[in-house]
Design a protein around this ligand. Structure first.
Ligand code: NDP
Ligand code: 8X3
Length: 251
């Protein structure tokens, strides 16, 4: 039977690569993001190979999230797979120099956004006594690094929520899983450095970083295990990276 996946942050990076791979595997798609032009372009491209609908909303805005999800066409309402992927780092500063707007953005988007979307979709999974939630955490949610403070805290929260969801949803037969990538070359650093593309590029120089497609491939592997198998927590680094702070840039 055709499955339906709901992907937040589908307009770029990991979310986009996941949408493309799911489309090739004939998974019906609900693609979300704030950038309308990108959503339209994705819908045009991917609807050639699978059924696609798009929702434009900001995950940090509670009313927008709920209105958008309620507006889904009938044939897309039954979500089998939720990929909680939307998120970013905003800034890279010590705690004493941190920008409070950046802190708000990271906590509102990475933590509260994930909660708002999950809250809107979980009831229908409970009613079906089935479903799969994949939370995209980060190695920053396993180990803090200098200047990472609030971004790390937001991803530690994702790690905690992932574990909590698995406990609370256990009796409803819902699979819950987190994937925690290390350095992946996407628009992530462009956003972290507020459009300073040159600075962003330096993050991925001198080694082979993970690509969005690598993470999409892992997500697809996780969701295609038999239903009794739940890969609950998966950490993935590029080979050159051994921890948050140990990176071999001389490969
Ligand atoms: P990108 O910047 O390429 O993609 C981020 C996506 O999130 C975009 O589609 C963006 O869409 C969406 N998004 C951001 N803010 C909001 C918002 N307020 N409301 C709705 N959508 C939003 O980065 P990645 O693909 O790398 O990031 C995806 C996830 O992976 C994030 O949770 C990130 O923390 C995590 N991650 C990334 C790593 C990396 O090194 N790149 C490593 C570990 C984890 P739009 O702007 O259109 O709204
Ligand atoms: C993104 C990876 O190391 O920039 O979550 O925090 S890192």
């Amino acid at each position: 039977m055709t499955k339906t996946a709901f992907i937040t942050g589908a307009t770029s990076g990991i979310g986009r690569a996941t949408a493309e791979l799911f489309a090739k595997n004939k998974i019906r798609l609900v693609l979300c993001g704030r950038r309308k032009n990108r959503l339209e372009q994705l819908e045009e491209e991917l609807s050639k190979i699978t059924e696609v609908t798009t929702l434009q909303f900001d995950v940090a805005k509670r009313e927008e999230v709920s209105a958008a999800i309620k507006s889904l066409p009938e044939n897309f309402k039954n979500i089998d797979i939720l990929i909680n992927n939307a998120g970013n780092a905003h800034g890279l500063s010590t705690i004493q120099d941190g920008n409070i707007d950046d802190w708000d953005a990271m906590l509102d988007i990475n933590v509260k956004g994930l909660l708002y979307v999950s809250k809107a979709i979980i009831p229908q999974m409970i009613a079906n006594n089935s479903g799969f939630i994949i939370n995209i955490g980060s190695t920053a949610g396993k180990e803090v690094y200098t200047n990472g403070n609030v971004y790390c805290a937001s991803k530690f929260a994702v790690n905690a929520l992932n574990k909590s969801m698995r406990l609370d949803l256990n009796e409803h037969n819902i699979r819950v899983s987190a994937i925690h990538p290390g350095l992946v070359e996407t628009e992530f650093s462009d956003v972290r450095f507020k459009g300073d593309i040159e600075r962003a590029k330096t993050v991925y120089q001198g080694f082979k970083p993970l690509q969005a497609e690598d993470i999409a491939d892992i997500i697809h592997f996780v969701i295609t295990r038999p239903y009794h198998v739940n890969i609950e927590d998966l950490v993935v680094y590029p080979t050159a990276q051994a921890s948050a702070t140990i990176l071999n840039k001389n490969q």
